[in-house]
Design a binder for this molecule. Structure first.
Ligand code: IDP
Ligand code: MG
Length: 140
């Protein structure tokens, strides 16, 4: 079963939108296989966002993502990675379509509520950063 690493980022937890995000995932027919609250520190952020560490926005992203806990999830289902990207919406707040999570709730480029893996390969790598195999309850 295809899996994706989903984070409700600090802004989403602070704004009380964890239930809203989980509700949309479940209503879509995707399944939670793992879930926990985690405080991301600088080292973890540099591993998770390894492709972005040299980008100009990384300092802002680092201070944001380490500011308060995130809710980390493994979501699974057919075409899970693509479906989650569609539910989440475009990265930039001004481009995310209404009806998507970011389109409905995000008003900042950096603080855009949710992370979703961008490919099955990224998903495998990112899931391994946040979860050990015994924490994941896959349905196959
Ligand atoms: P994604 O989260 O939609 O996959 P990425 O390009 O992987 O987008 O960027 C990771 C995160 O870094 C974004 O979700 C957003 O929080 C932040 N970010 C990306 N590009 C910018 C930017 O140009 N300005 C500010 N923040 C950005
Ligand atoms: Mg990304």
């Amino acid at each position: 079963m295809e899996q994706s690493l989903i984070l409700v980022k600090p802004d989403g937890v602070e704004r009380g939108l964890v239930g809203e995000v989980i509700s949309r995932i479940e209503k879509k027919g995707l399944r939670l296989a793992a879930l926990k609250m985690v405080r991301i520190d600088e080292a973890l952020a540099r591993v998770h966002y390894r492709d972005h560490v040299a980008k100009p926005f990384f300092p802002d992203l680092l201070s944001f993502i380490t500011r308060s806990p995130v809710v980390a999830m493994v979501v699974e289902g057919n075409d899970c990675v693509e479906l989650m990207r569609a539910l989440i919406g475009a990265t930039k707040h001004t481009e995310a379509a209404p009806g998507t999570i970011r389109g409905d709730y995000a008003y900042s480029f950096t603080e855009n509520l949710v992370h979703g893996s961008d490919s099955p390969e990224s998903a495998r790598r990112e899931i391994g950063i946040f979860f050990s195999p015994d924490e994941i309850f896959s349905q196959g």
